[in-house]
Design a protein around this ligand. Structure first.
Ligand code: BES
Ligand code: ZN
Length: 871
């Protein structure tokens, strides 16, 4: 907790470290109630200054020796969360002992306990809670770690790198690990526990055998197969697509229950939130399987993009995160449907990232200042950062991009570098000038692109006039034009793409039809256009921008049925639906025959990937709708969307019933793309059918009680909660809890279904669940399942007229501020969006923010978000 105003760290203040730590030896003695950490650091001078700053937080310093000589308090200075040694020479050995209390660590940073085990989380600045150390990513060291613990309670003792030795003496187990690759402290990890392991092997492209091990609590061994499979596929993919081979003899994954994030890429020892790695058919949904596949890949890919080549400082976070998200998206696209993956990513960007970029926490992909770095693991750093890398890929092409990434890895292996050096490698490998492109990293805010088209029939000429601007964001005005790749197609009346070339053909090729829009206003033209085309813009979501272009309703219906670009096909449907919802809000909605015909074509298109059909028929979410408007009323949006959903369900109820019955085939559950696609459409059809018809509710009840897999059981439960009557919903929930109360991850899903429901997720119900035996404030997954689901999904209740929803969230933030600041701060996000709400809600939300501010003794995490939101 802080007393004074915390101060911001600036990118402009970056200084290289005065000392390197060439070797780091650590010895952990795990005792009941406390842990002793002995460190031995080899220091080497590196620069002009002779002062060494060691970070430390919540540590008890037992002893400190420089070159074997015990130091007294007069020999060093202590500053806030730091220890400083001055007037040092060229090389030294520094030895320290600190005492820490993992059992009291509720922030889940540094060394802490989860269930019966010990684990660590050091990114971004958690290592300083373990021992005094230059805890910054540009200090890279070779780590050797010894762990000593009670052999009976902690038979498994793990750290980074390869195992060196192991023995038991006087009931204590001693193990030593050595990691030959130098790394920053944020990649350090330690695990101790009574864990079971599942093993596998992988032979790398050069023929080396790697041992793969997943460690879990004993009851979870039957949930490890899929993650291992995803890991092997990731390892192969990174060899084939990026030429990256694994570099240790062993790769380990550990599942822990209490974890702030999804997973962490510690060198050779990835630590996972158990919800992001454990799955079996009976307990995990298809969505969970897909998330596991993506996260296992993501953390594995960090071995090169993050670990071998790391970040110079935390302003460069997107260097590893944006690039790695781009890499894991490529993997998921190759494993499943590329179009569906693109739809999911664009939806996430447009709902969550656009909202962030238009709100008080807006920041560039490379920020220039922060108060608490944990607040900057954002959708902007991750998802917008990945989009920026994706645009580089579009500009350079597959081969050019690969040349650039090869050069980047080769040139910077073993270094801590900047985003600029990444772009430089792309430039050097391709001989292009990316000066203007770099603005994507520096400018915050979502660019708006306005498009005008003009067709001259006599001249057979199409003209596109493009204008771009980026709105002001906190601390940033007068933005410059960006380099925006606009992938497009011109569709003729037969539904085929026309074969035309623009008069400005740079970068335009047969298979990537991209215009390079680089000025505030620019005109492109196409000759030989024999009929007026439908212009399909920003295909494949080629740039993270807001597009202002008004297609006619008939053009949208036409694209929904014919666009050869799957992404724009879906997007056309979403625009139609947004329009219907707007009409419903004005009391003027009614389907036209043309709408119905278009929907019929989609639902009955058996050639099309069923997962794609499911997306084409799903209404935009309430938050997506909100994000498409300058000001919004969440309750009105909810009502209008419900009305359109009911109309869609009624109008097509026979089709949905037939679709459900056609796809509801029995057979063994398998988490494979074709089956997942079929289930996604089947369960969407079930939900619409149940909305329209009691017979559909009956089908849901049958599916609920007979399902042999969680995908179908959960979909049926969700349908019963959404479309059944109160008694049906309550009974299904009660049965579900009785069946699954022993499995914490399934119970989380049970909590989410209720708390995120527009039927059940009222503040009163949430407060009740906070008292439920299954709830636990110390477990981040539980908090997210209840409060996170409520504030992000049950929008009509969260924004209820009495302000109870806001109050509930603020109470939770105040409570968690003390025990787990990171979770408190993340939970807070919905409260930061007050400015765009209708006046009543806006005022109530703002006063809850103020109440948090007035609470005092705020953590840096919460303080930063609340104070910026109130500005
Ligand atoms: N390096 C992060 C984990 C992390 C984030 C540690 C913030 C400390 C603070 C990891 O690679 C990551 O990005 N995990 C994501 C999942 C991923 C698939 C985007 C997460 O945990 O949500
Ligand atoms: Zn990551």
């Amino acid at each position: 907790m802080r007393d004074a105003q915390p101060k911001a760290i600036q990118l402009a203040d970056y200084r290289a470290p005065a000392y390197e730590v060439t070797d780091t030896h650590l010895r952990f003695e795990l005792h009941d109630g406390y842990t002793l950490v002995h460190s031995n650091l080899s220091l080497k001078h590196n620069g002009d200054e002779t002062e060494l700053l060691l970070n430390g937080q919540d540590l008890e310093l037992i002893s400190i020796k420089l070159d074997g000589k015990l130091l007294s308090e007069a020999d060093y200075t202590t500053a806030e969360e730091a220890l400083i040694l001055s007037n040092l020479g060229a090389s030294h050995t520094l030895e320290m002992t600190t005492r820490i209390y993992p059992e009291k660590n509720t922030a889940l940073e540094g060394l802490y306990r989860s269930g019966g085990m010990y684990c660590t989380q050091c990114e971004a600045e958690g290592f300083r809670r373990i021992t005094y150390y230059p805890d910054r990513p540009d200090v890279m060291s070779v780590f050797t770690t010894e762990i000593i613990a009670d052999a009976a309670q902690y038979p498994v003792l793990l750290s980074n790198g390869n195992p060196v030795s192991e023995k038991i003496e006087d009931g204590k187990k001693h193990v030593v690990w050595h990691d030959p690759h130098k790394k920053p402290a944020y990649l350090f990890a330690l695990v101790a526990g009574d864990l079971q392991v599942r093993d596998d092997h992988f032979t790398t492209c050069s023929g080396r055998e790697v041992l793969l091990r997943i460690f879990v609590e004993p009851q979870n061994v039957d949930k490890t197969e899929y993650a291992l499979d995803a890991l092997k596929r990731s390892m192969r993919w990174d060899e084939e697509v990026y030429g990256r081979e694994y570099d240790l003899d062993i790769f380990m994954i550990v599942a822990v229950d209490d974890f702030n994030m999804g997973a962490m890429e510690n060198k050779g020892l990835n630590i996972f939130n158990s919800s992001c790695v454990l799955a079996n058919p009976a307990t995990a949904t298809d969505a969970a399987y897909q998330r596991i596949e993506a996260i296992v890949a993501h953390e594995y890919f960090h071995n090169w993009s993050g670990n071998r080549v790391t970040c110079r400082d935390w302003f460069q976070l997107s260097l590893k995160e944006g690039f790695t998200v781009f890499r894991d998206a490529g993997f998921s696209a190759d494993m499943n449907s590329a179009t569906v993956k693109r739809i999911e990513d664009a939806t996430m960007l447009r709902t969550v990232q656009f909202a962030e970029d238009g709100g008080p926490m807006a920041h560039p992909v490379q920020p220039d200042s922060y108060i608490e770095i944990s607040n900057f693991y954002t959708v902007t750093i991750y998802e917008k950062g990945a989009e920026v890398v994706g645009m580089l890929h579009k500009i350079l092409g597959e081969d050019g991009f690969r040349k650039g990434s090869d050069l980047y890895f080769e040139r910077h292996d073993g270094q801590a570098v900047t985003i600029n050096e990444f772009v430089q490698a792309m430039e050097d490998a391709n001989d292009v000038d990316l000066t203007q492109f770099r603005l994507w990293y520096k400018q915050s805010g979502t660019p708006v692109v306005e498009v005008l088209t003009q067709y001259d029939h006599a001249a057979e000429r199409l003209t596109l006039n493009l204008r771009q601007y980026t709105p002001d964001t906190p601390g940033q005005t007068d933005k410059k034009p960006l380099w925006i790749p606009v992938q497009l197609g011109l569709i003729g009346h037969d539904g085929e793409d026309m074969e035309v070339r623009p008069d400005q053909p740079d970068f335009w090729t047969e298979d990537s039809q991209v215009l390079h829009f680089r000025e505030a206003e620019q005109t492109f033209s196409f000759g030989g256009v024999v009929e007026e085309p439908v212009v399909s813009l920003f295909r494949d979501f080629s740039a993270p921008v807001r597009i202002h272009y008004q297609h006619s309703q008939s053009a949208l219906r036409f694209m929904l049925q014919h666009d050869s670009d799957g992404f724009n096909r879906w997007d056309a449907g979403q625009q139609l639906m947004l329009h219907w919802i707007e009409l419903a809000e004005k009391g003027r909605f009614k389907f036209t025959q043309d709408d119905i015909d278009a929907l019929h074509t989609v639902i009955n298109d058996i050639e099309l990937d069923p997962a794609m059909v499911a997306y084409l028929l799903a209404l935009p979410s309430e938050s997506y709708i909100a994000e498409s408007r300058p000001q919004y009323d969440p309750v009105a949006i909810h009502k209008a969307r419900e009305q359109v959903m009911a109309a869609l369900a009624d109008t097509l109820s026979d089709d949905f019933k037939a679709c459900y019955q056609r796809l509801n085939v029995s057979g063994d559950y398998q988490p494979v793309p074709e089956d997942m696609a079929r289930r996604s459409l089947k369960n969407l059809a079930l939900s619409y059918w149940a909305k329209a018809d009691a017979e559909g509710v009956e089908a849901a009840r049958l599916q609920f009680s007979s399902a042999d897999n969680m995908t179908d059981q959960m979909a049926a439960l969700r349908t019963l909660v959404a479309h059944g009557n109160q008694a049906e919903a309550e009974q299904a929930l009660a049965e579900f809890y009785t069946q699954w109360q022993h499995d914490s991850l399934v119970v989380n899903q049970w909590l989410t279904v209720q708390c995120g429901s527009s039927k059940l997720g009222t503040p009163a119900h949430i407060r009740q669940l906070l008292e439920h035996e299954a709830f636990d404030w110390r477990n981040p997954n539980k908090v997210r399942s209840v409060i996170g689901a409520f504030a992000n999904q049950a929008l009509c209740h969260f924004h209820g007229a009495d302000g109870e929803g806001y109050k509930l969230l603020a109470d939770a933030v105040i409570r968690l501020n003390e025990s787990n600041p990171q979770i408190a701060s993340r939970l807070l996000t919905p409260l930061t969006r007050w400015k765009r709400l209708v006046p009543n809600q806006s005022q109530m939300m703002k006063s809850e923010l103020q109440r948090i501010m007035d609470h005092g003794s705020l953590s840096k995490d919460v303080y930063e978000v609340v104070s910026k939101s109130l500005m």
